[in-house]
Design a protein around this ligand. Structure first.
Ligand code: PGA
Length: 250
C-alpha cells in the first residue's frame, strides 16, 4: 500500500508570525493523519516553520532550489542550504516557475538532480496549459515534461520523487480537472514512468493531483485509483481547509 501524500504549497504567502500561527493551528488537526503531511513555505519562513513543526507529523518543504552547489547565482538557494534547514521536500518545476521565471524541462531536470544529491525529496510538477488541453496535446506535453525531468535519474533516486500533475488551467482558478480527467492524465504519466523504470517503479511512484483541490473535492479526487496525493495551494492557507484535505478519508 502506498502512503498518500498531501502537501501544502504556500507560494509567496505568510510572514513569520503567520507561519507560526498557521502551523500551530494545523498541527492538532492533522496529528492522526494516515497520509504524509508536508508544508512548502517561503525560504524566509523555513526556520520559523521548522521550529513550529517540531514534534508534529508535519514535514518541512521548500518551493524551489537551484541546480548548482554554490557560486555566483545572485538570489538563488542551493540544495545543501535547504538540507541544512532540515527541509525534507522541495517542489521543482511548478508551473508558476515555468511561466514566470523561465523554468524549462532541462532546468527542472538539473534542479531535481541537485536536490536528490543533497538528500532532499522532490515534488516534481508537470501539467499542460489550457491551450494545450484544448488542442488535445495534454498527453504529449506531460509525456515530454516527465521524460525530460527524469532524464538520468536512477531507479533508486526515483523512490525519493513524488510526481505532481497540475493542469495549469486549474491552478488558483477554482476550476478543478474532473476526477476522471485527472486520473486519465496521471495514468499517462505513470505509463511514462513504466517505460523509463519498469512496472514495479511505475506502480510504486506516488503521483499527486494539484489545481484547486480543496476540502470539498479532495475525497472524490483521492478516491481515484491513480491519484496518490494532492498539492494544495489556496486551500493550504487555512488550517481547517487544509486539514480537511489531509483527512480526506475521515
Ligand atoms: P491551487 O494551487 O490549489 O491554489 O490551485 C495548486 C498549486 O499551484 O500547487
Amino acid at each position: 500500500m502506498k502512503r498518500p501524500i498531501i502537501a501544502g504549497n504556500w507560494k509567496m504567502n505568510n510572514n513569520k508570525e503567520g507561519t507560526k500561527k498557521l502551523i500551530a493551528e494545523i498541527a492538532p488537526l492533522v496529528k492522526d493523519a494516515e497520509c504524509e503531511v508536508v508544508v512548502c513555505v517561503p525560504f524566509t519562513d523555513l526556520e520559523t516553520a521548522r521550529k513550529a513543526a517540531r514534534g508534529t507529523n508535519i514535514q518541512l518543504g521548500a518551493q524551489n532550489v537551484h541546480w548548482a552547489e554554490k557560486g555566483a547565482f545572485t538570489g538563488e538557494i542551493s540544495a545543501d542550504m535547504l538540507a541544512e534547514m532540515k527541509v525534507k521536500y522541495v517542489i521543482v518545476g511548478h508551473s508558476e516557475r515555468r511561466q514566470y521565471f523561465g523554468e524549462t524541462d532541462a532546468t527542472v531536470n538539473m534542479r531535481t538532480k541537485a536536490a536528490l544529491k543533497a538528500g532532499l525529496k522532490v515534488i516534481l510538477c508537470v501539467g499542460e496549459l489550457l491551450s494545450e488541453r484544448e488542442s488535445k496535446k495534454t498527453a504529449e506535453v506531460v509525456t515530454r515534461q516527465t521524460t525530460e525531468a527524469l532524464k538520468d535519474i536512477t531507479k533508486q533516486e526515483l523512490k525519493k520523487i513524488v510526481l505532481a500533475y497540475e493542469p495549469v488551467w486549474a491552478i488558483g482558478t477554482g476550476r478543478t480537472a474532473t476526477s476522471q480527467d485527472a486520473n486519465d492524465t496521471i495514468k499517462v504519466i505513470r505509463k511514462v514512468v513504466r517505460k523509463l523504470f519498469g512496472r514495479a517503479a511505475a506502480q510504486s511512484v506516488r503521483i499527486q493531483y494539484g489545481g484547486s483541490m480543496n476540502a470539498k473535492n479532495a475525497k472524490e479526487l483521492m478516491a481515484m485509483p491513480q491519484i496518490d496525493g494532492g498539492l494544495i495551494g489556496g486551500a493550504s492557507l487555512k488550517a481547517e481547509d487544509f486539514a480537511k484535505v489531509v483527512n480526506f478519508n475521515a
